[in-house]
Write a protein that binds this ligand. Structure first.
Ligand code: NDP
Length: 328
């Protein structure tokens, strides 16, 4: 049998962690043949709660779960790790300015980047879920100069899945019929879900929808504001769907996209589509041989151009702000 893959999860005692860890332990992150060893990172005051989650994981008697270790020190938590899911972050609280938010997260993601640089396995892959995810990924990456930059990614797969769900309902087709959807830019309200190059049952998606008013006034805002709608309905932020998307992101990264299809992930920009090099921006991506690659050569219409420029502009502002704070 295969040696276990080390998976580090930060914020392990949180809501998303609670949903995520059971999916990982059951084999859904890496497939049914790959045993996993969990390394949980928490802040000291949440270690006890993480221990409780670990007790429940033990009680799941998962055949693929070969061990759980809990840490409050990033150096230890990332030592030898192959996959890092950075979920724990400092949420924006009432009255908090963006600069304060970025600074608080710098205090989390800088030491984590350093710890990944110092001790993670050579094949380390990092997914940042904790918000502001794209910029947190940029901070971590900046402090891991020995790790290839393309190993740092941020999650827009939940936005992608939310967009698939909305389109599936609108067109009354199964989600699996919809291909080549793409989320661009920041995991924030400025994100742009693009259907222009999508297909449904082999036909063009935008033509099948044939309702630009719905796209602009219903579809895009519904996808972008879905998190707030869940909080309103559930009284708590989305957690199981975020965990599910994190599973999808890593599974696709490792196992690849289907021929002819693509997905969405925030990856380091190489300057494609005018997105400044070095930003961690969402793009349409394929995955092959364990690498995410930006889909090249798509024609960008005027509407899409305006939307992409706006969301990428926000990412550039966040980068400038963390640069000013000395965090990158
Ligand atoms: P959650 O598990 O609900 O959320 C964790 C992070 O994921 C938040 O930053 C949240 O951002 C983000 N997120 C991204 N996408 C989504 C989405 N679609 N829906 C909801 N959240 C999303 O938070 P909890 O407060 O329950 O748990 C956080 C845990 O992290 C705590 O146990 C805390 O102790 C821990 N923590 C650990 C750190 C570490 O290990 N060093 C550092 C900081 C915290 P948003 O707030 O914008 O929704």
């Amino acid at each position: 049998t295969q040696a276990p893959v080390n998976v580090t999860v930060t914020g392990a005692a949180g809501q998303i962690g609670y949903a995520l860890l059971f999916r990982i332990a059951s084999g859904q992150l890496l497939g049914p043949d790959t045993p996993v060893k969990l390394r949980l990172l928490e802040i000291p005051q949440a270690v006890k709660a993480a221990e409780g989650t670990a007790m429940e994981l033990d009680d799941g008697a998962f055949p693929l779960l070969s061990g759980i270790d809990i840490f409050d020190d990033p150096k230890q938590a990332f030592s030898g790790t192959n996959i890092a899911l950075l979920v724990g972050a400092r949420p924006r609280t009432k009255g908090m300015e963006r600069g304060d938010l970025l600074e608080a997260n710098g205090g989390i993601f800088k030491p984590q980047g350093e710890a990944i640089n110092a001790g993670a396995a050579d094949d380390i892959r990092v997914l940042v879920v904790g918000n502001p995810a794209n910029t947190n990924a940029l901070i971590a990456k900046s402090h891991a100069p020995d790790v290839p930059a393309d190993r740092f990614t941020a999650m827009t797969r939940l936005d992608h899945n939310r967009a698939l769900a909305q389109l599936s309902k609108k067109l009354d087709v199964p989600v699996s019929d919809i291909k080549r959807l793409a989320i661009w830019g920041n995991h924030s309200a400025t994100q742009y879900p693009m259907i222009t190059h999508g297909t449904v049952g082999g036909k063009n998606l935008a033509e099948a929808v044939n309702d630009q008013t719905w796209v602009e006034e219903t579809f895009i805002p519904t996808v972008a504001k879905r998190g707030a709608a869940i909080i309103e309905a559930r009284g708590l932020s989305s957690a199981a769907s975020a965990a599910s998307a994190a599973i999808d992101h890593v599974y696709t990264w490792v196992n690849g996209t289907d021929e002819g299809d693509w997905t969405s992930a925030a990856v380091i920009s190489d300057g494609s589509y005018g997105v400044p090099e070095g930003l961690i921006s969402s793009f349409p991506v394929t995955a092959k041989d364990g690498k995410y690659e930006i889909v090249q050569g798509l024609e960008i219409d005027d509407f899409s151009r305006t939307r992409i420029d706006a969301t990428v502009g926000e990412l550039a502002e966040e980068r400038d702000a963390v640069q000013k704070l000395g965090l990158i």
